[in-house]
Design a protein around this ligand. Structure first.
Ligand code: HEM
Length: 423
């Protein structure tokens, strides 16, 4: 054991998926941690212990030293029971998938290099018109709902899904199936989202469905390459060899899942923040040029990826705490994005916040591969929405997913009126 922990209720709350479904519960817990014990030894029931890292500067430092603080073997907050089930399912491995986030160098550099250029702004330019047409299509659907909808279920989940599936080359008729799978992976601890036959938060059945689906895509793209990311992945070679099926399939899964719930949570959480801050909403409507900074603020505000682990490869002292080789450090991004040492009035939503050094996309070697795509798609949707929305207000209580990894709103009932669409 590497540290001592005094209050079990704090430790349980840090891991509890319910904490992440309440902004108030989360922020009061983590504001205290940042002040009193920013590198906190945490021993929750049902989870292996870890250090909770809650300050922005500390997380950036850990991510910067990626040879020293590595991604494998522990990445997300899963229970000991789930970890055991994974091992049973895989025949001993702790990995259900081997994606970019599970890899360290030299593999990480090689695998990230396969698609990095595809996700950079110069290449994304060619996608912009398609994404903007999709944004129009989904705001048309919103208009067709006649003034009331659940913005999460009717708009925010479908649009990013369609964008990422377009990027991957999955046809529109399969989007419902893909939606179910990605939500089951990330929302598995929420009773409303989890698949009935998965008795715990274990996602093996979901992963099997994903693998079956994308196995067929790999075979197709090896025969008939197109200009989508699936073709880049299916035909990628490392040291002259095609990558293994397991790694190709893992790659699709990371792009499909990382590119979906994150963006939809930000889109929905951003609208809620605007409705709750009418002066900021009015400012944005009067100055659409503020959209890029408004979107950065939405991403900071929501921070859909709540945390990731790193593992220390050597003994080290960190803010006076003795971290041992093999200890796990949970980088709490949502906490870092309210760090009083980095942000003025961190709990105020400001669409023109500048600078806005949020760390919601992570930092360093693993920094989000899809960050430019995410910003482009959220910008396209809001551009369309703001130009057509007349009025909007809450029409019921919003609700958040109970999940301690990627999370956001699961319901946002709204009432609205829209301007007549320009011919
Ligand atoms: C607002 C939306 C998004 C947020 C907040 C977000 C956040 C993150 C975070 C925190 C990480 C880990 C970074 C680290 O370890 O330093 C990450 C990694 C990643 N993200 Fe995103 N993401 C978003 C959208 C997307 C999209 C649209 C894609 C589509 C391709 C995507 C693909 C990935 C991939 C592939 C990785 C792994 C990168 C690596 O390990 O090298 N993300 N993202």
């Amino acid at each position: 054991m590497s540290g001592t922990s005094s209050d079990k209720s704090i430790d349980n709350a840090i891991a509890d998926p319910k904490t992440y479904a309440s902004e108030e519960a989360f922020h009061s817990l983590f504001t205290n941690l940042r002040r009193d014990d920013p590198v906190h030894w945490t021993e929750p029931d049902e989870y292996r212990p870890f250090w909770a890292i809650t300050k922005h500067a500390d997380i950036a430092e850990i991510e910067r030293q990626n040879e020293f603080f590595i991604n494998d073997p522990r990445l997300t907050l899963t229970t000991i029971e789930t970890e055991e089930k994974v091992k049973q399912f895989t025949g001993g491995s702790h990995l259900l998938l081997r994606t970019l986030v599970n890899m360290d160098n030299p593999d990480h550099r090689a695998y990230r290099g396969m698609t990095q250029a595809w996700f950079m702004p110069p290449n994304l330019k060619s996608l912009e018109a398609k994404v903007s047409a999709l944004a129009t299509e989904y705001i048309d659907r919103m208009e067709a709902l006649n003034g009331s909808c659940d913005f999460v279920r009717d708009v925010a989940v479908w649009y990013p899904l369609r964008v990422i599936m377009t990027v991957l080359g999955v046809p529109p008729e399969d989007e419902g199936f893909m939606l179910k799978l990605t939500q089951e992976i990330f929302g598995a601890s929420d009773p409303e989202m989890k698949r009935a036959e998965n008795a715990t938060t274990f996602n093996a059945n979901t992963i099997t469905d994903f693998f079956n689906y994308f196995g067929a895509i790999t075979a197709d793209r090896r025969k008939n390459p197109r200009d989508d990311v699936a073709s880049v992945i299916a035909n990628a070679k490392i040291n002259g060899e095609l990558i293994s099926d397991f790694e190709a399939l893992s790659y699709y899964v990371i792009v499909a899942t990382a590119g979906h719930d994150t963006t939809s949570s930000t889109t929905a959480g951003g609208l809620l923040a605007l409705m709750q801050n009418p002066a900021e909403f009015a400012k944005l409507r009067a100055n659409p040029d503020l959209l890029p900074s408004a979107i950065d603020e939405m991403i900071r505000w929501v921070t859909p990826v709540k945390n990731f682990f790193r593992t220390a490869t050597e003994d080290v002292e960190f803010r006076g705490k003795k971290i041992r080789k093999g200890d796990n450090l949970l980088m709490c991004y949502w906490s870092a994005n309210r760090d009083e040492d980095v942000f003025d009035d961190p709990f105020t939503f400001r669409i023109d916040r500048s600078p806005n050094k949020h760390i919601a996309f992570g930092y360093g070697a693993h920094v989000c591969l899809g960050q430019h795509l995410a910003k482009m798609e959220i910008r396209s949707l809001y551009k369309e929405l703001l130009s057509r929305l007349d009025t909007v207000e809450l029409a019921g209580d919003p609700a958040w997913v109970e999940a301690n990894f990627v999370s956001g709103l699961k319901r946002l009932p709204i009432r609205y009126s829209m301007k007549r669409k320009a011919a």
